[in-house]
Write a protein that binds this ligand. Structure first.
Ligand code: AMP
Length: 248
């Protein structure tokens, strides 16, 4: 069985984003970029399934600029076997990404596609669900645990107030939640080895899909600045303050 893992290059989660002066988006010039954290979890899970002898090949795919090669090399250094870069400088929305992934999945025929539950730059939380719908495949989103047995995969899903268990017949689509696993760091020898692993480069046009944007960003702004707090002497003073504000 093959596992396909889509990985997105996003602004590093430690970086505080700066909004462009004209409000047209986030300034990415000279900003540290990394693999989307939920996608690291997806790569880790795919590698663990392979290490358990339940998959033969892990293929990482990224849709983005030439620099997304670095993100794919990270996936290869973690343990993926090969990578596909679908190179474009345009911003591709979740629907466009899902259409490209569908075309790749039809070529590669993976038993599982494991995506992150959301990309931390757009926070869309859409691509996995759209891919499942376009491919008419079962989906297990927000996975907390993934177990493969024969031709089915059991996914414990994180839902409000607990866990829901679903059993899917493969081929299936899974999206990762934060507690699924702790991704490994790539070792230096593996980073060196990853440089020699195959990385194919394609264009969106190779897949003949329409990735024209459906959305127009009208404005991006900083969150409102928080008001300064106030220290109170004791609980009585706190209660009195809250009463004065009409919130207690
Ligand atoms: P989103 O729906 O944008 O929140 O993204 C959900 C997941 O879809 C991500 O965690 C990735 O696994 C995958 N994904 C989204 N955009 C891309 C992209 N440009 N290249 C590869 N994978 C992507």
């Amino acid at each position: 069985m093959k596992i396909l893992v889509p990985v997105k290059r996003v602004i590093d989660y430690n970086v505080k984003p700066r909004v462009k002066a004209d409000g047209s988006g986030v300034d990415l010039a000279n900003v540290k970029m990394s693999m989307n954290p939920f996608d690291e979890i997806a790569v880790e899970e795919a590698i663990r399934i392979k290490e358990a002898g339940k998959a033969e090949e892990v293929i990482a795919v990224s849709i983005g600029p030439a620099k997304a090669q670095e993100t794919l090399r990270t996936a290869l250094a973690m343990g993926a076997d090969r990578a596909i870069l679908v190179e474009t400088d345009d911003e591709v929305e979740p629907l466009g990404v899902a259409k490209i992934l569908k075309a790749i999945a039809e070529e590669e025929e993976p038993g599982l596609v494991i995506l992150g539950k959301q990309a931390i730059d757009d926070d869309s939380n859409q691509t996995g669900q759209m891919l499942a719908a376009l491919m008419n495949r079962p989906q297990g989103t927000f996975a907390n645990t993934v177990e493969i047995e024969g031709d089915s995969v059991t996914v414990k899903r994180e839902i409000d107030g607990g866990l829901e268990t679903v059993k899917l017949t493969m081929p299936a689509i899974v999206t990762t939640d934060l507690r699924l696993n702790e991704p490994r760091y790539a070792s230096l020898p593996n980073i060196m080895k990853a440089k020699k692993k195959p990385l194919d480069t394609k264009n969106p046009a190779d897949f003949g899909v329409d990735i024209a944007p459906r959305l127009k960003t009208t404005n991006v702004s900083e969150p409102p600045v928080r008001q300064a707090g106030e220290k109170v002497e004791d609980v009585d003073a706190l209660v009195a303050k809250l009463k004065a504000l009409g919130v207690a």
